[in-house]
Design a protein around this ligand. Sequence first.
Ligand SMILES: [Fe+2]
Ligand SMILES: [Fe+2]
Length: 439
Amino acid sequence: MIVGPAARTGRLTGDPRFVVKFFVSTPVNLMKSLPHKRVMSLTVPKKILFVDDNPQVLEGLERMFSMLEEPWVLAFSNSGVDALAQLRTQEFDIIVTDVRMPGMSGAQLLQLVQQQYPDIVRIILSGQRDNDAIFRSFNHAHQYLSKPCSARELERVLAHACTLREALLNEHLSYVAEVATLPSVPDIYRQLIDLMADELPPIDRAVRLIKQDVGISVKLLQLANSARLGKREPVYTVEQAVADLGLETVRSLAIADEVFYPLEPESHAVGFNSVDWWRHSMDVSYYTGELLNLEKADREYSAIAKVSGLLHDCGTLLLATQRPADYEQVLAAVTEKGLSLYDAETEVLGVTHAQVGAYYLELREIPPPIVEATGFHHQPSSSPAMKSIFLAALHAADVFTIVKRSAMGSNPFDYLDLPYLKSMGLEAKIPTWLRCCVS
Ligand SMILES: [Fe+2]
Ligand SMILES: [Fe+2]
């Protein structure tokens, strides 16, 4: 059994129901239910192209790989131009590049790779703590590593990248990798930009704003969790992410071109109500936290649950803004065939917003409990993870919040995953939980 980081630290343990056995499962399980064009196995050699203008770095990487167990096939390149020449003649699974190189930068190289070879996993291996250079590559890299990097860390990130590569070959999910950042709620975006124009913006106000926005929260959690910061413990909350990154980094991100951007009304599917979607995300975040407070969960645990609540429907925003025409077909299937949104997504898209959202978060190295909760918030009993009150609370808050808004009819029992709640002995809690969420 893999024991999660929180269980190792013991910070989130206490009531046995809250023991973080939830971390057992990985999002890889989410992909298993989906058809793959091609199945990769860790026993099949993976081809990696390393790009760095410093020959000593390339030699060091070659030495490091001689210590690793996985069957990797390596190629090396000392420039972006040479790397593109190699990509034209050979197939690669992963490209790992330095950021600062003479001629073509790592950001420019990854942008071209993204356009020309979208199913190659793109990783930055940067020696500089140079925020500007990193930010320029931010929209083109899947993951980040800092130099020097241990063999174990490199192997962990590459194994993760292989999982991504497998999913990138899934025709129902491949477009998710191309999404850089989800658009922000216009009002929150503007308030944050205004706030960051101050020389000394108050950190508590910044955190309060960011916690209300899915796109910005995901981006900060991604950056804080990225290996380049050399962190061992996952970062679960916006407070933690801002504290780790520093307000100056957040400020640079906020004012950098194209990192954050507001949602434009004409840029999403007709029929998608972004205000309702945002209010629902905020409500689910709040009530998931409240339900865990009712159950006397650890405060830190409730904080993670609230983040999951905020992000749980990020797949809907992604579909409505990145695949608007497809999403309009989904909405038409709901109206014309009387299908639930979830069933209409499966029929039209081959995947649901829950799977799309979980995959989006997984690509950004958001910690597994949040990815897992996002992927299974409609059907927690499908989760291969062990029982978790965390997922149960998110699921119940989602159902009760929707019922409260009468978007799904009035009987929550039609939508609750009762077998899951019963299996956890939570059936008797349902009336109290319902009162908490609808009062
Ligand atoms: Fe949902
Ligand atoms: Fe929802």
